[in-house]
Every structure is written in C-alpha cells, then in structure tokens.
Write a protein that binds this ligand. Structure first.
Ligand code: ARG
Length: 464
C-alpha cells in the first residue's frame, strides 16, 4: 500500500499511512481549536524539564519563544499546517522544530500525547467554561433588568398550556433568571471539581523525567497534580460532566424558547421578536417566523446528541488510552461553540423584543380566578373540598351557556352555594389574585421584590 510521508512516530514502520487511514485518523481539522492550550501546556512542561535537567534555561527560553511565535502567527491567520500533520500536538512540534531546529524535538521528553492531550483538553474545557459563565451572567443580568423594567404587568400563567392563574410577567421572567443561576452554579461546581494536572503521567505509567508537578500545575491554573497516571490519561468524566452541564444550559434555553415560539404566534401575540431575530418565508410574504427561538430549541437537541455521543464513546474504551478517545473532541468543541451562540442570541433577542402587555392582559380569562373564588369561600368558612365543588359547578354551568363563570348572575351564584356574591365579585380581580400571593417565592409584588434582592445578591456573589 502506497502511503504518503512517514510520521514522527515512524521509527518502527516501513510504510506511511494509507490515504484512507489518514482520512480516518487525522484530527488537526478540529483539534486545532486546542492550539492555545497546547502551547500553554508545552511551555509549562518545558519549565518542568529545566528542573529535570533535560533543558537548560536558555534552551527553554528558545522553545517558549518559538511556541509563542507559532500562536501569534496562527492568530494572524498564517498558514502553518502541512497535509502530513496528524493532530495539533504533532503539528505544533513540527513547526517548532522547523523554526528553532533540533532543540524543538526535546520538548516531548518525558511526555506522551496521552498526558499532553488530557492536559490540553482539560485546560480547554476550563477556559471555555469561564467564557460561558460570563455569557450566562450577562443573560441573567438581562433577565433581571427586564423583570424590573416591567414590574406591574400581568399575564396568564399556564399549566398544561391552559390558563391557570394570573401572574406578574416579571415573575415569569424571574423563573428564567433562577434557572440560569443554577446553570451558573453547575458550571462553577464543574470548575471546582476538575483541578488536577495530567502532565507527568506520560503514556500510562508516569514520566521517568521527574519534575515538581505541582509547580507545573500552578503554572497552568490547576490546583494539584493528578494522583494516578492511569486515571489521568484515561478518564473522560470531566468532558462528560461538561457536556452534561452544557446540555442542561441548552435545555433551559430551549424550554423558554418554546414558550417564546408560542407567544410569537398570532393566537398568543404576547411577543414580537425584533426583525433581526426573525426570518421570513421564501414563499409566503406575510410570514415573520421566530427562527431564533426555534433554532435555540433545535440546537439543544444537537447538544444532547453530543453528550450522548461522548457517553457512548467512552463507556467501553479499554484503559488506559485507546484511540477511540480522540473522538472526544468534536462533541465538546461543537457544544462549546453552539452554547455560546445560543446564550448570546437569547440575550439579544430578549433585549430587543417587544412584549405585548395589552395582549397578555386582554387574553386573560376570568376562569383564572376560579381558585381565588374557592379560597374566598374557604375564608368565609366553607371547607376547601366543598368550595372546590361549588366553583367547579359554576364554571361547568357557565361553560354550558357559553359564558364565563363571572358572568353568571348573583342568583346563580347563590344557588350554587356562594353567600354575598356581589361583594365577592367585586373583590375578585386579577390583581387581587396576584397580590394574595406574597408568600416567599410567590408572584405577589413583595415576593417579587425579594426575588430581585436574591437575584442581585447572587450576581454580586459571583467572582467573575
Ligand atoms: N490525536 C490523538 C487524540 O487526541 C492524540 C493521542 C494519540 N495517542 C496515541 N497513543 N496514539 O486522542
């Protein structure tokens, strides 16, 4: 079989790889996303090698400068890679050696691509998690701001997509805020758990060129060296957890996106997305579709797919490293890029949206007050089960007549078992219903103010 050029690890090989094998095996196209972390990792490893006596300080400086120059040129968009570069780790080493000569070949001393890849990948996830946290915080701030701006606006609250009880619109938006706050805490927890440096683990058994791994760990922002080299090169639970956390972020956005799609329909008309976050139909000129929200919903499906792909990949891979694990990068990189876009779009779409409060209010059905009527009857001494039955019978007979239960006459109310119906009818407004619910966490305005305070304290507690 005719292969192309031989590889850095080709000592024992007589031929290069078959072109089909190259197609299967080369990962540079996607793992170059890790270039920054690869170069940071190599510089930190090089520092360690000075301590091991493998590199002199001058040699280390030359290597570090060479590595930095590669990153600078990469960022400038300079073409650096060859067709024969297998992955980002080999590609960087090749370019380094071309730039600084034979010395470049020393950087891989005491290191395997197994601990190198684990280190780069962990660093990559840590860095991206920090960036995603900032986007999450920005979205949370927007939600709080909108909630505060629209205090006093009311809407129907839904269960089973049926009108259930009156709520403040801000109460609805704050539910989004608190869901995002947990997504933030989840990512913070992820960051606090995965703080161990794989470098020094070698291929499986540990490097034979000792250096103080805790110094290299500190250099890279890890807390400590990994305690076991087999675990360090083989485990992928950090990636699994990351994808799980990101899928939950996407799921949060997707559930609200689903509501916003509904709200954008002419049947609801609660929400008008800005043109910039909508699109038209190629055939039907009247259409303005809530594509931003539909795509957020769709991307959540894709991200759950990435999570499932990774889980399926790792569950049977034998220890320590198997090449299957190379497939861990694309789902993670894809989910990182996707979640960043959907967080940004959700924030901007909400900031520019028009909320049609007149529609929200005019669509509110009197039946939203059925629970409150039952509660009022209870206050007047009727046991709750009886009150529930009385109101149910009123709603039922109103429905038969094509009316709302509030439209039935005082007499009909009395016949059903309601005493002093006139006074009760006067009391029974949407605002009355809402303001009865100032219990902690309820929709009432005092509760809402408490929610704002909790939200502000939460945002202030974040150290980023
Ligand atoms: N590109 C590979 C990966 O990301 C590098 C590791 C190769 N290690 C090996 N033992 N062949 O997984």
């Amino acid at each position: 079989m005719q292969g192309i050029e031989k590889k850095m690890w080709d000592g024992r090989f007589e031929s290069g790889m078959a072109p089909s094998m190259i197609d299967l095996s080369f990962s540079l196209a996607f793992d170059q996303e890790l270039i920054e972390e690869d170069i940071q990792g190599s510089i930190a490893h090089g520092k360690g090698l000075v301590e091991s006596g493998v590199l002199s300080e001058e040699e280390f400086q030359k290597i570090a400068n060479g590595l930095r120059s590669i990153l600078i040129d990469y960022k400038k968009g300079m073409p650096l890679w060859n067709a024969g570069d297998e992955d980002i780790h080999m590609a960087v080493e090749r370019v380094l050696t071309e730039r600084i000569g034979q010395l470049g070949k020393k950087i891989h001393t005491g290191r395997s691509r197994n601990d190198q890849v684990s280190t780069d990948f962990k660093l990559y996830m840590r860095h991206r998690a920090q960036e995603i946290l900032v986007l999450e915080k920005d979205l949370a701030k927007t939600l709080l701001e909108l909630s505060k701006n629209y205090v006093g606006k009311i809407m129907p609250g839904y269960t089973h997509l049926q009108q259930a009880q009156p709520i403040y619109f801000s109460h609805y938006l704050m539910s989004f805020f608190f869901a995002v706050s947990r997504d933030i805490l989840r990512l913070k927890n992820f960051l606090s758990l995965h703080t161990e440096l794989p470098l020094g683990s070698g291929a499986i058994a540990g490097s034979a060129f000792p250096y103080r791994r805790n110094l290299v760990a500190k250099e890279l922002g890890f807390n400590a060296p990994s305690p076991n080299s087999i675990d360090a090169v083989s485990h992928r639970d950090m990636a699994l957890e990351f994808l799980s956390d990101l899928s939950i972020v996407a799921n949060t956005l997707s559930r609200y996106a689903e509501d916003f799609v509904n709200w954008s329909s002419s049947e609801f008309s609660f929400l008008t997305l800005h043109d910039a976050f909508s699109s038209g139909s190629s055939m039907m000129p009247q259409k303005k579709n809530p594509d931003s929200m539909e795509l957020i919903r769709g991307k959540a499906g894709r991200m759950i797919g990435n999570y499932t792909a990774l889980f399926t990949l790792v569950k049977g891979a034998p220890l320590s490293y198997s090449r299957d694990l190379q497939e861990d990068k694309e789902p993670v990189i894809d989910s990182v890029q996707t979640v960043k876009v959907i967080l940004q779009v959700m924030k901007e779409a909400l900031e520019t949206a028009t909320f049609n409060f007149d529609k929200m209010e005019s669509r509110m059905l009197p039946a939203l007050l059925a629970t409150d009527l039952a509660d009022l009857l209870v206050e007047n001494g009727t046991p709750f089960r009886d009150a529930h039955h009385i109101v149910g019978s009123l709603v039922g007979s109103a429905a038969k007549q094509g009316k709302e239960f509030t439209e039935l006459s005082d007499e009909e109310w009395e016949n059903a078992g309601v005493q002093a119906p006139k006074a009760i009818k006067e009391k029974l407004t949407f605002l009355y219903s809402i303001e009865r619910r100032n219990i902690e966490g309820g929709t009432g305005s005092n509760s809402l103010q408490e929610q704002f305070t909790k939200a502000e304290n939460f945002l202030e507690s974040l150290n980023f």
